[in-house]
Design a protein around this ligand. Structure first.
Ligand SMILES: Cc1cc2nc3c(=O)[nH]c(=O)nc-3n(C[C@H](O)[C@H](O)[C@H](O)COP(=O)(O)OP(=O)(O)OC[C@H]3O[C@@H](n4cnc5c(N)ncnc54)[C@H](O)[C@@H]3O)c2cc1C
Ligand SMILES: NC(=O)c1ccc[n+]([C@@H]2O[C@H](COP(=O)([O-])OP(=O)(O)OC[C@H]3O[C@@H](n4cnc5c(N)ncnc54)[C@H](O)[C@@H]3O)[C@@H](O)[C@H]2O)c1
Length: 455
């Protein structure tokens, strides 16, 4: 039986574990689909490249607002898609070739599953390793009314590569992926209808953000909120979504974005004594160790935060721990930001106002509008805002939430402050904030917050 020192299952963030520090070891990486995993091939990167083009289309459409004459003709979908995926497919091929050429890494291009604590079946071969990293990610969740219908549907794995945007696209689920891809396909000319079981889109966001975003989305998309899909019927190209109130939504295509399922159920983890939570995530401790000796996990298969920057951080921690078993490093999940690349963008870090209220915290909250800072005037912004939350007695920042242009970038000073434990007053008063940059919306929100803290 072939023996390796380390085997990594999954070449998404798992691929980042291996670098030259492992060159004295015999390392293997197993990937059944594409190198780069979800982010490069079906996730963050293609969706952002497509959203960027959708934003340009929107800017042209809205140009009149800035006294600029411009006619929006159309978004050339096929060319856009090919530009995006020609680049990403080349990145994937380069990444894989780089590993295949390596003299200390063996690449297996097949499905891995456990046969025992340190033994894997990879396609037709059986291998063993001293240390194993499970970085097998997740896949789109497909609710039973869709899977049982036997009718065709799209997921985030497939829709970004389609040949023609549908005339009318039904989207099941109103979370991150729905919000971003609705933007893309609306710009490509599709009519969008979103079916979401909760009462608003992006439900886990701060309540003010979710409410404002839902209202804006409702002006552009048809929303069926608080509704579940009971049955999917019709025929390919003419689907009928029967909802729990009896209403029928007709669409030529259905995009299922109702969350993701960890791939733990496809690994025979029980044979290695590795436990999972009820939601399928692998149980790990703060060092990313599973219950089984020498077996680590990272990324979407185990993380409470299914985000690429978190998976990458966990990969760094695992790489260190594989090489330094006597000096383990813990993963810090204390201050994890996230952004939704919609129009307007959304970004958040820390507690929401509903979290603070539900936890019975003594907190203060302040919001500042883009429309009330000079750069917001330049942008003629009418709906952007930044909301900050702090502990009333210490002034410690508890959370920050931004909806508006460049939110994903604007949030970063707040992330840094929270990570380094700077209080709201220090952050507002010590650094200079460039005038009249959009960051003034942050400094002003902090000043509003400090006025409340002073009361
Ligand atoms: C549409 C979309 C947009 C997203 N946008 C963002 C974003 O903007 N920002 C952000 O932070 N996050 C985003 N995410 C989330 C992000 O993509 C994931 O958090 C991240 O890619 C997880 O990395 P991972 O390595 O854990 O898993 P993955 O990247 O999924 O890698 C797992 C790999 O393991 C392989 N594999 C699985 N099982 C086996 C097996 N048994 N044998 C062999 N190989 C196996 C898979 O083929 C896969 O390549 C997005 C996700 C989606 C779907
Ligand atoms: N910009 C980013 O960082 C980014 C972008 C896309 C995805 N992601 C990651 O990928 C993960 C998965 O994204 P997602 O959009 O699939 O999940 P999500 O958890 O964000 O949203 C899923 C939505 O589907 C709804 N839903 C579930 N089952 C349903 C049903 N049967 N009928 C109607 N609605 C239903 C849920 O209420 C929820 O609102 C996210 O949690 C996020 O971590 C991140």
């Amino acid at each position: 039986m072939r023996h390796h020192d380390v085997i990594v299952i999954g070449a998404g963030s798992g691929n980042l574990v291996i670098d030259d520090a492992f060159s004295d070891l015999d390392v293997a990486i197993v990937e059944e689909r594409r190198f780069g995993g979800t982010c490069l091939n079906y996730g963050c990167i293609p969706s952002k490249m497509l959203v960027y083009a959708a934003d340009i289309a929107r800017t042209v459409r809205d140009a009149g607002r800035y006294n600029v004459d411009a006619d929006f003709l159309r978004l050339r979908w096929t060319e856009l898609r090919d530009r995006v995926f020609n680049r990403l497919d080349a990145e994937e091929a380069d990444g894989r070739a780089g590993r295949e050429k390596s003299d200390f890494v063996t690449v297996y291009r097949d499905h891995a599953r456990f046969l025992g604590p340190k033994t894997l079946q990879i396609g037709a071969v059986t291998v063993e390793a001293d240390q194993i990293v499970i970085a097998a990610g997740g896949r789109p969740t497909v609710p039973p009314p869709v899977s049982e219908s036997k009718l065709p549907y799209e997921t985030s794995d497939t829709i970004m590569r389609i040949d023609t945007p549908p005339r009318r696209l039904a989207i099941l689920g109103g979370g991150y992926i729905a919000a971003e891809l609705a933007e893309v396909f609306a710009a490509a000319g599709s009519e969008i209808v979103i079916v979401e079981q909760a009462g608003r889109l992006l439900g886990p966001q701060d309540e003010a953000v979710a409410a404002a975003f839902t209202e804006l989305a409702g002006e552009r998309f048809e929303l069926r909120l608080g509704r579940e899909l009971k049955k999917l019927e019709g025929e390919p190209g003419a689907l009928r979504l029967v909802l729990d109130d009896g209403a029928v939504v007709e669409a030529d295509s259905l995009l299922v974005v109702a969350g993701r399922t960890p791939n733990s159920d496809r690994l025979d983890l029980g044979k290695a004594g590795i436990k999972t939570y009820d939601d399928g995530r692998v149980v790990v401790d703060e060092y990313q160790r599973t219950d089984a000796d020498g077996i680590y996990a990272l990324g979407d298969i185990c993380s409470p935060y299914p985000l690429k920057h978190v998976a990458n951080r966990e990969a760094e921690v695992v790489a260190h721990n594989l090489l330094h078993p006597g000096d383990l490093r813990a993963t810090d999940h204390d201050v994890v930001p996230a952004a939704v690349f919609t129009s307007p963008q959304i970004a958040s870090v820390g507690a929401t106002e509903q979290d603070c209220r539900d936890a019975g915290r003594d907190y203060v909250a302040a919001s500042h509008q883009y429309a009330d800072v000079a750069y917001g005037w330049a942008m003629e912004d009418t709906n952007g805002f930044c909301k900050v939350l702090a502990d009333r007695s210490t002034g410690r920042l508890l959370g920050a939430h931004i909806m508006g242009a460049q939110a994903a970038t604007l949030i970063q000073p707040l992330v840094v402050a929270m990570t380094l434990d700077l209080d709201a007053r220090t952050l507002a008063e010590r650094p200079y904030w460039i005038h009249p940059a959009l960051t003034e919306v942050i400094s002003n929100a902090l000043r509003d917050l400090n006025q409340q803290l002073a009361r």
